[in-house]
Design a protein around this ligand. Structure first.
Ligand SMILES: N[C@@H](CCC(=O)N[C@@H](CS)C(=O)NCC(=O)O)C(=O)O
Length: 202
């Protein structure tokens, strides 16, 4: 297997953290987003959407969605379970993973894509849309702070893929100036705990 990774990008970081939590090591190839290596014809052959990460399986199959890659790793390395165990827990993890992806990670990523100079001239940017996304992300972090008042991790008592998605999304807020508010003690407590896991440095 081979992982097409990009060290500074948040989606590949989700996969690296997932692998580290599983104790799984995979050969990686760095893809330079800054020089648009991921938009060159050779890379588009692996993933026509041009995004990283991409996991190449031993039979030549390419998986190119973060959660699909994580699901493949979960199936092939079930312990520790990061998508939950049993019907109810799996459904709850799925629910929180999707919430963290759609309501935290994506608005933060869209703020960056639409307002940051990194993407100026590379993609059509709509600054007003970026600001709407920023507002949505900030409001969702306030809600998340409340939600974390009654549980240790995003989906409940156990660390899961939902924590990985939220962590990578929130940390990616930095270049756009989206930070955890000092008054959000539950969110700060959670962030410090998940950032302190060795996997966070993967
Ligand atoms: N839905 C895809 C999104 C992949 C994606 O947008 N990756 C970003 C890095 S975090 C990327 O490749 N950005 C560079 C670009 O779009 O040119 C996934 O979850 O894997």
């Amino acid at each position: 297997m081979k992982l097409y990774d990009s060290k500074l990008a948040p989606n590949p970081r989700r996969v690296r953290i997932f692998l580290a939590e599983k104790g799984v090591t995979i050969d990686t190839v760095q893809v330079d987003i800054a020089t648009a290596e991921n938009r060159k014809p050779e890379f588009l052959k692996l993933n026509p959407s041009g995004g990283v990460p991409v996991l190449q399986l031993d039979d030549g199959t390419y998986l190119s969605e973060t959660v699909a890659i994580c699901r493949y790793i979960e199936e092939t390395h079930p312990e520790p379970a990061l998508f939950g165990k049993g019907a109810k827990e799996r459904a709850l993890v799925e629910m929180w993973q999707r919430r963290m992806e759609f309501e935290v990670f994506l608005p933060i990523a869209q703020t960056f894509r639409n307002t940051h100079k990194f993407f100026a001239g590379r993609i059509p940017q709509v600054a007003e849309y970026g600001e709407v996304c920023r507002k949505g992300a900030v409001a969702r972090l306030a809600q998340l702070d409340e939600e974390l008042g009654s549980k240790e991790f995003i989906a409940g008592d156990t660390y899961t893929i939902a924590d990985i998605t939220a962590l990578c999304g929130i940390d990616f807020g930095k270049p756009s100036g989206i930070r955890i508010d000092e008054s959000h003690k539950n969110l700060l407590r959670w962030h410090s705990a998940v950032s302190g896991r060795p996997s966070a440095r993967a």
